[in-house]
Design a protein around this ligand. Structure first.
Ligand code: FES
Length: 174
């Protein structure tokens, strides 16, 4: 169960959507748009800005992006659903993705997942820890098959994670 989630920019992740693309963020988007041939072409970075500020991509956030880029909400939703990098639910401050595809699995990836669930107190995959710090999920191949078990923690790839190293890894995150 996720507790009261705060977005990186301080907004409550569960209350009414507050527009992201105003003021400096709007200026940043407008500058970005000058580098693309169409507004639609800037969809991925616009969604990334939204997620950076709010921590996830809510339906209301998708609607805002659709409005500023002259797209339909359904089109934006389709793109968000396609890419796993966009969170459609609030997640912990540290989003932990553990590869459990076969090559990593035979090297003990499942045990690494269980160690993360235990040390972060998430308990279950996809559930945010009670302190709001962590969400752990399993993912398909991270492209680091020779370094089992590879783990993505937000934007950082950590190679050769073992059950024994999980505790120190978690303790080193704020
Ligand atoms: S199978 Fe795990 S990184 Fe490729």
């Amino acid at each position: 169960m996720s507790l009261h989630a705060m977005a990186p920019d301080g907004h409550d992740a569960h209350t009414a959507h507050v527009p992201v693309f105003t003021g400096a963020r709007r200026a940043e988007l407008d500058e970005l748009l000058t580098r693309y041939p169409t507004k639609m072409a800037a969809l991925l970075p616009a969604l990334w800005m939204l997620q950076e500020d709010r921590g996830w991509v809510s339906p209301e956030g998708m609607a805002e992006v659709a409005a500023v880029l002259d797209l339909t909400p359904a089109y934006v939703k389709g793109v968000v659903s396609f890419y796993t990098m966009y969170h459609q639910h609030p997640v912990g401050r540290h989003f932990v993705q553990v590869c459990t595809t076969t090559p990593c699995n035979v090297c003990g990836a499942e045990d690494v997942v269980h160690a993360f669930l235990r040390e972060t107190k998430c308990g279950e995959l996809g559930v945010t820890s009670p302190d709001g710090r962590f969400t752990v999920i399993e993912v398909e191949c991270l492209g680091a098959c020779g370094f089992a078990t590879p783990v993505m923690i937000n934007d950082a790839l950590v190679e050769c994670v073992s059950v024994d190293s999980v505790k120190d890894l978690v303790a080193g995150l704020d």
